[in-house]
Structures are given as C-alpha cells and as structure tokens.
Write a new protein. Structure first.
Length: 238
C-alpha cells in the first residue's frame, strides 16, 4: 500500500501566511505612528520641549495634525519672512530689542564736478562782483535753478604774495570772501542757500598749463554742479 500524504496544508503555505501577517502588522504600525490622535497632548509636548530648547516667544508649530518643525514654512515664519503682521522685520519676535545708536546711512558720492558757465576772473585782491561777473552768473541761473544738485563755488588766488597794505593778508579769507559774494548774489536770484557750498582753495590748486594766459589766471572762481543732492547731507534723526 502507498503511504498517505502528510496531514494539513504544505509547510510553505504556513510560512507564506506568517510572512503576510507580519507585513500586515508592520503596515498597521506605520499608519498608527504616522497619525497623531491626541493633538493637544502632542502640542503640549512640543511646547514643553521648545521651552527648554527654543527662544521664549518662538512659534510652537503650525496648526493641524501634522507638525513639520523643520519645514520651509516653519523656518520662514521663525525668521519673520512670511508674515504680514506689524511685527515684520523683527523675526516674529514681539519682545522689544535693546536700544542702540540710531545710525543713519546715506550716499556720499559726488562723482565728477561739472563746470557751469564761464569762469569769473578777478584782480589779485578783488572780491566784489562787477557787471561782467554778474552777467556771467546770470547766464548760469537757468542751468542751476530748479535742480536738487549741490552747487560748489570754488575760489582760487595766485601764488603771488598779497600786498602788505591790502585789505586781506590771508589767501584763504580772500578766496572765501569771493565765494561768499557769489553765493549771496545767487541767493538773490532764487537759488536755495542750502544747495550752495563755498570752497576756498587759495593758491593750492593751480590750473593746468595750457599755454593760454587767460585760462591759467589763478585769481578766479569756478561754479561747479555736483553729482550729489541736498538730501544726501541730512544729518542724524532727532
């Protein structure tokens, strides 16, 4: 007689069933761990942890069942880059920062000065404006008026010593007075005083040697338009 086969199902079926049961259990555990059932308890845990590891007024987590503490939205919120509140610019922190110096930064770039009109020439000790000098200044008014640019009145004098019996014995004072007379005249013509700057160069800036006796005359005053605005020279806030 032939032997009967083994009772029950084959062994590989039992092994396969055990493996499927383990896989099913594994997936059930994954689903259970991926969902937070008790939101309040989980949030309180996060708050407790952050009270020890984070700053006092930092946001705990975004609303909802998922708490991606390292997400892009969370990082932007903590940095204050994703907020329309009044706290913008403070990184989301409502605590008032320490007060420091109120430093005001402004542009200070004058660029290349642009000569305006014709040069005003003087005698060695002259400072007043005669009719010829006034006419030259009048021709500059249309180009100077209505602009925000600073105006520089740069006055020069020759290298010759000043006369001992003259009214001025200091070349810096002499050149400043030339600039002042021109400034007062421009103000009378409607140019704002805050736009004008006087530079007393004395005999420290000789002209270029061009061979032209007129252009090499050092007793002169040049009107320059600067690449700088009046608002650039506003001081610190009070």
């Amino acid at each position: 007689m032939e032997d009967d086969g083994p009772p029950g199902v084959p062994e590989w079926v039992v092994t396969y069933g055990d493996m499927m049961s383990l896989l099913l259990t594994f997936f059930i555990m994954l689903v259970s761990l991926s969902e937070i059932v008790n939101d309040e308890k989980y949030r309180s845990i996060l708050e407790s942890i952050q009270s020890y590891t984070g700053y006092r007024t930092g946001p705990i987590s975004p609303p909802g069942k998922y708490f991606p503490m390292n997400s892009m939205i969370e990082q932007m919120s903590m940095l204050g880059a994703y907020t329309d509140s009044r706290e913008r610019g403070r990184g989301g922190i409502k605590t008032k920062a320490l007060e420091g110096k109120d430093v005001r930064i402004f542009r200070f770039r004058e660029g290349v000065p642009v000569p305006v009109g014709k040069t005003l020439y003087y005698g060695q000790t002259q400072v007043d404006l005669d009719e010829e000098r006034k006419t030259k200044l009048d021709e500059m008014i249309p180009e100077l008026a209505g602009k925000p640019n600073k105006i520089e009145l740069r006055a020069h004098t020759s290298v010759k010593p000043l006369p001992q019996d003259g009214h001025y014995n200091d070349k810096l004072v002499l050149t400043y007075q030339r600039g002042r007379e021109a400034m007062l005249y421009l103000i009378q013509k409607g140019i704002e005083a805050k736009r004008i700057r006087i530079t007393a160069a004395a005999d420290y800036e000789p002209p270029l040697q061009t061979g032209d006796e007129k252009t090499q005359q050092m007793d002169r005053l040049d009107v320059l338009l600067l690449d700088a605005f009046v608002d650039d020279y506003v001081g610190p806030r009070k």
